[in-house]
Every structure is written in C-alpha cells, then in structure tokens.
Design a protein around this ligand. Structure first.
Ligand code: AHG
Ligand code: MN
Ligand code: MN
Length: 352
C-alpha cells in the first residue's frame, strides 16, 4: 500500500492544501512584484525573464528527449564552445525581452554586441542565459543569471556604451537555479527573497522573505586545479584552509564546488560559505574567468543585500566602472568575515 502522503496522483489532496510547509498563506512572485517592484516596468521585465525561466526549466526536465543536449558547434564572443542550450536559452530570453515595451535593450554573455529592443523602454536587461554549461550533459545543476540597469537615453536606440554602469546602479538582480527543484533568488529592493517554482501550478511561490548570510563560515568553493596560476596571497589563503586546525586558522574547512556559479552562490545564500574564481594567469588577457556584467555584478548585489561581501580580492565589485560589456573580473564573495580575510591577505601582501 503506497503512502498516500507521497502519492502525487492524489491531486485533490494537493489542491486542497497545496503548500503544507508554508501554512495557509502563500505569496506568489506576481503578488510580491505587485507589492514591492519600484515601477510597473521593473515588474514587467522580471515577469518576462522568469516566465522564460519556466520554459527553460521544462526543457531541462525533458533533457535528452527534447534534443537540447550537446554542442552547438560554434564559439561565442569569449571564445568558448557553445552548447545547444546556451543558444536556446539566449534566444528565448532575447525574443521575449525584445517584445517587452519596457526593455530598451539586451546584453548577453553569448552575443558579441548588445541588442537594441524598444527605444522608449526605461530598462536594460543583461544575462548569462545558461550558467554552468559544462553541467548540462551530466544532468547537474545549471542556471540563468540576470541583471537590470536603468536606461538613460529613452527615445534613442541603445548601444553597448549604455550598459557600462557600475553594479551599484542595478535596479534588480537575480538567478534561476534549475536544480532538483527550480528556485528563483531575487533582489529588487533592500532584501533578497527566494521563490520555488511549483511544477503543478507553474507559480513561483515565496519560500524565503529575507535571506541572510552568516558572517563566518568553514566552507569554501574554488577550482583548485588552477592553483599554480594564482597569485601568492590566494595560494597562501588556500594553503591555510587546507592546513585547517593544524595551521593559523585553527579549525578545519570543507570544500564544495558545483562548477556552476549559480549553484555555489545558492549554497552560500542558504548556509554561508566563500566562493572564489580568483585572478589567474592560465589564459593571457583574462583577469579572471567570470564576467562582470552577467555574473559578478548580479551575484554581488544578491550577496551584499544578504549581508555578505563581494570583492575582486581587494575592491568592492559593485563599484567597478566597466569599460567593456564582456570584461572579466576576479571574484571573491560570500560570508563577510571570510571575504575580508582574503582582502587583508592581498592588501598586506602588496604592502610588503
Ligand atoms: P558559463 O557556463 O556561463 O560559461 O559559466 C561557467 C563558470 C561558472 O559558472 C563556474 O563557476 C565556472 O565557470 C567553472 O569553470 P571551470 O570548471 O572551468 O573552473
Ligand atoms: Mn556563467
Ligand atoms: Mn553561460
């Protein structure tokens, strides 16, 4: 006899009391945006992005059956091999946002130049359509990261230079994590909130109304295979963590690495931690692997609003004045005391 509590074919019981863990009151994303979005325009573009997220989520659930896996056979502007899903997610977002009257233009990790949309729009939308591409074909977590900036030249056609605004100008930022469930993390005001996508009703339902990160942590995420390419203070930092209770830190640390920034940042919003993709000399002319406009800025806004820190090892990421829409930046983010510890190591090293 199956346990009725877990039998999803018993639909009437689900509809009678759909969110037992959340009590009888539930807030959908639509409710939340109506109450908290600073403008109808912001409400509208976030609704567009998150609706596309539902489609991407459905495609990922189908996996190989939707013919979405594997290589696309070309490279993006960053010289990276594109997967089919990189292009599909990019095109879905681009098409939907181009039709949104509030969107003046779109910039994507996968496109050489920003794409103008509606000249009278008041917002610019930037995204990494599919973060964690190397996870797609192995059925692991991937995500979509997005950022919204104000558009200052309404009535004129947007250009790449319109996007060159510091991250502290972002009006909203968030990500969709397509994991065992699909989760949306969002910041549109001073708080970070999380929603879970209900596959039955297709609603995003509020599950966290004020995400906060502990200042201390004993968990860190880094691709250690790049050790020999790092700068000395980063090598020293990781050496100290590995030494654990036998070293200067006096306690053991644990590594977790999802290989998709969206997954690592989600873990940090859930239980703290430090994530870094530091400066390395592996590839000439790249200051780091992650992209300022599509990855570092939106994630830094989420992390800071949740009480954490986000630097390029020394300087606050959100204060960096961009010079190129595709520029890369070293990233150190997460629990505040740990981010500050890394900064102090770098500052002290350069002063020696
Ligand atoms: P993308 O798939 O958008 O190119 O980004 C992947 C990024 C980031 O999500 C992750 O932290 C990092 O690349 C992992 O890279 P490596 O496995 O090459 O270190
Ligand atoms: Mn990415
Ligand atoms: Mn990507």
């Amino acid at each position: 006899m199956p346990n009725a509590a877990y039998d999803l074919t018993l639909r009437p019981s689900i509809f009678y009391f759909p969110y037992p863990l959340l009590g009888s009151f539930m807030t959908t994303l639509a409710d939340y945006l109506n109450q908290h979005a600073s403008s109808p325009a912001l409400n509208d573009v976030i609704t567009t992005v998150t609706n596309v997220g539902k489609t991407i989520s459905q495609l990922l659930r189908k996996g190989a059956l939707a013919d979405i896996l594997g290589e696309a056979g070309n490279q993006n502007v960053q010289g990276e091999d594109q997967k089919k899903l990189d292009i599909l997610a990019n095109d879905l977002l681009l098409d939907a946002l181009a039709k949104n009257t509030h969107c003046a233009g779109v910039a994507s990790e996968e496109l050489d130049d920003a794409t103008p949309a509606n000249d009278d729009g008041s917002l610019l939308v930037l995204f990494d359509p599919l973060d964690g591409s190397s996870n797609i074909d192995i059925n692991m977590a991937v995500g979509t990261i997005f950022s919204v900036l104000p558009y200052e030249r309404q009535g004129q056609t947007s250009e790449n230079s319109d996007y060159l605004q510091a991250g502290n100008k972002q009006l909203a930022a968030g990500y969709l994590l397509y994991g065992t469930s699909t989760v949306l993390a969002l910041t549109i005001a001073d708080k970070v909130v999380m929603f879970s996508l209900d596959p039955e009703t297709e609603d995003y339902v509020l599950i966290e109304d004020n995400v906060q990160i502990d200042a201390d942590t004993s968990e860190y995420a880094i691709n250690s295979s790049n050790y020999r390419y790092w700068r000395a203070p980063m090598q020293q930092y990781i050496d100290e963590l590995i030494a654990g209770e036998t070293g200067v830190r006096g306690r053991d640390f644990n590594t977790r690495w999802v290989a998709a920034m969206v997954g690592d940042v989600h873990r940090i919003l859930c239980r703290g931690g430090l994530f870094t993709y530091p400066f390395d000399t592996k590839y000439a002319h790249k200051a780091g692997k992650l992209r300022l406009m599509y990855e570092a800025n939106p994630m830094s806004l989420l992390i800071e609003r949740a009480g954490g820190g986000a630097t390029d090892a020394v300087n606050r990421i959100l204060d960096i004045e961009p010079t190129d829409i595709h520029q890369r930046v070293p990233v150190v983010l997460g629990s505040k005391n740990e981010v500050n510890y890394v900064r102090d190591l770098h500052v002290n090293y350069s002063e020696q």
